[in-house]
Design a protein around this ligand. Sequence first.
Ligand code: ACO
Length: 380
Amino acid sequence: MTAISEFKPGLEGVPATLSSVSYVDGQKGILEYRGIGIEQLANQSTFLETSYLLIWGKLPTKDELADFEHEIRYHRRIKYRIRDMMKCFPESGHPMDALQTSAAALGLFYSRRALDNPEYIREAVVRLLAKIPTMVAAFQLMRKGNDPVQPRDDLDYSANFLYMLNEREPDPIAARVFDVCLTLHAEHTINASTFSAMVTASTLTDPYAVVASAVGTLAGPLHGGANEEVLTMLEEIGSVENVGSYVDNLIATKSKIMGFGHRVYKVKDPRATILQQLGEQLFERFGHDEYYEIALELERVVADRLGEKGIYPNVDFYSGLVYRKLNIPSDLFTPIFAIARVSGWLAHWKEQITKNRIFRPTQIYTGSHNETYVPIHERN
Ligand code: ACO
């Protein structure tokens, strides 16, 4: 084995796998899923078709897609015992914690089978894609003291989620915009949560544990949690006039501006560009958003002050404004990110287990040696 002694904090630039799931060119602002540009998928595909593409590596035929959608509709309901378990969660708990617990609980109900069994793989993919949105919507209603709404078989994936969340059928444009948001968030190479999924997958544990560990990783403010914080920041800024001083203050105190910067992209994230357009579509249909002008000014000021460092809006910058217009509470933004990213995690899970080697990196030890154990009564 070749010894690699150079330490890369955050494993920056260190390849962790060989993968054909997605590709990012951070200098040119290119994102492709299985070789297809994100703009084409956002404009022409649906989230479920894109999930099929990511997980099975090819676009489905008409029949394959119809079967996949049908299976997912059929598996949307969650067991009463999972609902009962979720009823015991504190209403004040964060929905990401509720989701992580519920996703892990699926593993209690669906027994583990051999990972080389294609039927088991398919079943796990379908169950996770089908049930995660139901669990997110159920927790939202239960924490308000309401009973969860049963999924509706006549509605497609995104329309059904918005229906379960708001207890009414969504406007078709809102449902389509939401579906595009899911497509945009479905996959993004080896980010922190996907890496977490891969590490867990490499122990050959069950797929519910893989998704639960990825949900836990996505929850942090430097990853999926940033979109929630973007809205808090826009609220704090309050008006276009305050943007300049707000940014200067963050720069002076070496604080991060939420929704900006990316380990890979050094230009504007292509997903941010599409999300901004989606936001504009929603504002046209449902009315303007007071925060949008602040966001535009913020983008301009940050580009001016930090553009040369490659700090531009990332995917989280405009997604919060889009979800706000869809009347989604801000602490559900990250669970919605998780609903979408399940398909990327599963694509990497499937890729990992077919050519598995357990992750076991090394370290550079910085401690001491040959210390003496001092009995507790002799210590100062
Ligand atoms: N605001 C201000 N300065 C920034 C920002 C930001 N958002 N992001 C990076 N920088 C600066 C850093 O201060 C640093 O400057 P320096 O070299 O003068 O010290 C330089 O850019 C490099 O920053 P790092 O933190 O080393 O970049 P890294 O690749 O580790 O971080 C990250 C990427 C975590 C996304 C970072 O940009 C960040 O914290 N952004 C805010 C949180 C956020 O929006 N996260 C969502 C990311 S997208 C996603 O996960 C889906």
